[in-house]
Structure formats: structure tokens, C-alpha cells
Ligand binder design. Sequence first.
Ligand code: BTN
Length: 267
Amino acid sequence: MLWDNEKFKSELRTRRFGHEVVFFEEIDSTNRWLLENEDRFNLIGSTVIANHQKSGRGRRGRHWYDVPGKSLLFSVLLRPDKKNAPLGFLPLMAGVAVAEALCQFCGCSSQRLRLKWPNDILIDNHKVSGILAENTSAVERLCIVIGIGVNLYQGTEELPDENRHPASSLDLLSLAPSSREGLLARILEELEILYDLFRECNIEEMTRRWSFFSTALDSPIAVERSEGIIHGIYKRIGEQGQLVLKNPNGFIQEIYSGEILPEGQYE
Ligand code: BTN
């Protein structure tokens, strides 16, 4: 499927996000490319899109698999001010932006959609989108790249085998967008609004926006970390976007990285 940049620009209603845009028919990874070429861009919210990635990067060293033309694959450049910025909220806000866009543009009801900390997007318990935030190690200025993949038009046989939450596509869930360009424009609009909240350090509003789509408070969850699995009751999101759990001994535990396991995979 071809990318129609004119259509994308005509649908875009942002101040800056998506104004500088680069499209690749095929690339290894939009995240890798943008991290290495960030100094070519003046505007925050500059966006790199690919029709296909040969080595798409997923969380925790995994591969993000796609079939050419059947996904929305892009990375967005952000340059937060390091001082006291609640950086852990950035990937969470990217998840909210995708969630809002899927509800508004694809007609998904908010009851069907869940954000699984930190930023998996599940519809009817199937993963349709993943987010990977990566940063440059430059000391002088922080640059964060938010990479987002959304499964749009894949059939069942074109999706990776997932032993966790099974993957699905919007088409299989009868939620295919009328165009990739329109969906990307809508995600960028939401992301720009949420990035403003982040820059204002508006923790309360960011937490409210994320919690609307997230796991119910006080539900039991299990989080897989490199050291092992942690069980607890989900209490809230902390001021840095971390997961706050009450563990079985009654102590509060804060988790900054890891993966929530689906119910039934706790033992
Ligand atoms: C996950 O494992 O859930 C995160 C997947 C992130 C995939 C996107 S696709 C566009 C961008 N470029 C990459 O190499 N990865 C991200």
C-alpha cells in the first residue's frame, strides 16, 4: 500500500508534530534511523514512517514483525528538558495517544481497549499495537524516540505467534481505519496534546488520562522482571510513571521496568 503524503498533510491538525516527516519504503528500523539522524530535524514531533521494517525493534530485545504495507510503523522525535522531567510518563502518554486515536478514528469502544503497563495496547485482550521508547546517550541534550507499531490489515496467518497476549490486527477486529494517513495524523494530534501535559509536569492529568484505559485499581497482577516474577495488588501509577503495587506482605513496591503477565500465566 502506498503512502500518500499529501493526504497525510491535509489531515494533520498539529502545531509541530508531523510537520517534518520522512518516509521509507523499507528500512531496518525507524527507531534506529531516527536516533542516528535526530540532528537533521529542527522540530520536535518530527516523524519517520516506514512501509516495512526488516529489523523492527520490540521491547525487551524482541523483534517487531510486520508484513509490508499492512501496519502503521513510525517513530517520533522528542526533546524533553531533562530537569525533573517525569520521563517515565512519555511511553505511557504515547499509549494514551494511540488508544484515543483508535477510539476516535477507528470506532473502537473504550470498554474493548486496555492499556497494559507500560504501553501495550490490547483490544479484546489481543495485542494490536506496541510502543518502544529509546534515547540517545548524548550528555548535552536528551533526545527520546517513541516508536509505535500498529497492526492494521494483517490476516491471522500474517501475525507473529505470541505466547503471551495473542496478536491481532484492527482489520481482524473489524476496526480497520479508512486510511493509515488519517490514523497517523490523529495519533500525532493526541500525542502533541499529551506532550504539552508532560512538559507542564501535569502528573495528575496524565495519570487520569492513562488510568481511564488501564488495569482496574486493586486488581491482583504479576510482573515479570529479570530477577523473577513479582506478585501484588495494583494500587496506582507513581510520579515517574512507575507501577505501584502492594505486595503480599502488605509493603508498597515500586516497579520501573518489567512486563505485566496475562492472567493465568502467574504461577
Ligand atoms: C513492543 O515490543 O511492543 C514494542 C514494538 C515497537 C515497534 C515499533 S514499529 C516502529 C518503531 N521502530 C522500531 O524498530 N520499533 C518501533
